[in-house]
Design a protein around this ligand. Structure first.
Ligand SMILES: C[S@@+](CC[C@H](N)C(=O)[O-])C[C@H]1O[C@@H](n2cnc3c(N)ncnc32)[C@H](O)[C@@H]1O
Length: 215
């Protein structure tokens, strides 16, 4: 995702400070600490402009959700969206500006219940495979932080990335369920929360692939 440098980006992010975890490594002590009570920990990686994270947190008050985004100008838009939700600032959602590679230094081992990967960058060139967020390199990081029995929920419009990801899950010996290559015309559509990219791609007629991976 490309974004132009936001004017006054630092000030705009500072205005949403209550929703931002400035030092994610402090979560390692207790990832529930930023919230008013303990709940299962969910993490969205690459939250983009934040509409999925805001909708998920509102629909599931029983979870504590961290939305991670590595591009600060994009995270700024997500923070502002959360800050301005009509229900008021969500008490079960916090944002981290950072890279998925740092997850094991932010979350204690086996502390996370669920990770969401929505429309991750496909990195189609084979030389860039290690950058894909479903590459084994990243799956091993997710395995470190996810609880035994925790899950990864993955959605994409990109059939090539989906096939590659299924191979990686199989190579790691991870079981999959709820696999569909046309999410919006499957029984799973009922509880689906759409992302910005998902709305865009599905309006153009692209089928959405989805799978849940068990760790
Ligand atoms: C294609 S966009 C999808 C955005 C959103 N999930 C959606 O579905 O609308 C991918 C997002 O993931 C972020 N991203 C890519 N690699 C990342 C990484 N290693 N750690 C954190 N965020 C990442 C990008 O900056 C971008 O905002």
């Amino acid at each position: 995702m490309r974004a132009r440098k936001k004017k006054h980006g630092a000030e705009r992010i500072a205005a949403c400070a209550e929703l931002l975890i400035e030092s994610p490594e402090t979560l390692f002590e207790n990832p529930n600490a930023p919230f008013d009570r303990e709940r299962p920990i969910h993490v969205e990686i690459g939250c983009g402009k934040g509409s999925f994270a805001c909708a998920l947190a509102a629909a599931h008050p029983e979870i504590n959700l961290f939305a991670l985004e590595r591009v600060s100008d994009v995270a700024c838009l997500a923070l502002e969206k959360a800050e301005r939700t009509k229900e008021g600032r969500p008490d079960n959602l916090r944002f981290i500006i950072g890279d998925a590679a740092a997850l094991p230094s932010c979350f204690p081992p086996h502390s996370v219940d669920c990770i969401y990967l929505n429309f991750s960058d496909p990195w189609p060139k084979s030389g860039h495979a290690k950058r894909r967020l479903t590459h084994r390199i990243f799956l091993e990081k997710y395995q470190t932080v996810l609880k035994k029995g925790g899950v990864l929920r993955f959605k994409t419009d990109n059939a090539g990335l989906f096939d590659f990801s299924l191979e990686q899950f199989a190579e790691m010996g991870l079981a999959t369920r709820d696999l569909t290559r046309d999410l919006h015309h499957s029984p799973l559509a009922e509880n689906n929360i759409m992302t910005e990219y998902e709305k865009n791609f599905s309006e153009k007629g692209f089928p959405i692939h989805a799978v849940t991976v068990e760790f």
